[in-house]
Design a binder for this molecule. Structure first.
Ligand code: 5GP
Ligand code: MG
Length: 185
């Protein structure tokens, strides 16, 4: 697997440090008094980020999961986005924190924010580990950002290409030939 990587762009140590700092910001925002939050996480890319983040958040919380997909199969450019699971819990008057792995065009988060908004929460905030600055839209508010990155398609720390590489502990760019490789299956 490591042979497929062209370049590590964010190391596991840098991620750990930044996730800690993001958790501290969130504790500042929600902690005194402990208002209680409901985290709405966008699967599957956010699962590693979520699991590291929540263990650094000493807050009362519930966790809800939604699945969104815009990159079908091997695509590295987004197609039409849909929410595949919209079984959100009762969010009326709740403090909602939406957690996603990466924002690019903002299409996914726009959809998730709208779905949450329909359930009349008290307040919605959004956190992403990565933001592609060149495309980040101004109409999708993001309150907590881990790292601003360039335009490259990245994998690792939860992010996949064709379902693979989510377990890499760092964020990396694959060798160009990997994005075009025919599946061995
Ligand atoms: P957006 O809807 O903001 O254009 O794209 C967000 C979604 O596209 C992310 O939640 C993620 O699933 C996927 N995505 C965008 N850029 C990348 C990338 O560089 N690598 C991977 N693995 N997924 C990406
Ligand atoms: Mg995603």
């Amino acid at each position: 697997m490591e042979d497929d990587i062209a370049k590590v762009i964010i190391s596991s140590g840098e991620i750990a440090e930044r996730v800690s700092a993001m958790a501290d910001e969130m504790v500042q925002t929600y902690g005194q008094p402990d208002e209680g939050i409901t985290i709405v996480t966008v699967l599957a890319g956010s699962l590693v980020f979520l699991s590291d983040l929540i263990r650094r958040l000493p807050l009362r919380m519930r966790i809800a999961l939604v699945t969104a997909s815009s990159y079908a199969g091997k695509a590295t450019t987004a197609g039409k986005i849909h929410l595949e699971s919209t079984t959100l819990p009762d969010l009326r008057n709740r403090n909602v924190l939406i957690v996603d792995d990466i924002v690019e065009t903002g299409g996914t988060l726009r959809l998730v924010q709208a779905a949450v908004r329909r359930l009349c929460p008290r307040r919605i905030r959004t956190a992403v580990l990565l933001r592609k600055t060149t495309k980040a839209p101004s109409d999708v508010p993001i309150d907590f950002v881990g790292f601003d990155i360039g335009d490259d398609f990245v994998v690792g720390y939860g992010l996949d290409y064709d379902g693979l590489y989510r377990n890499l502990p760092f964020i990396a760019v694959l060798k160009p030939e990997m994005y075009n490789a025919e599946s061995a299956l």
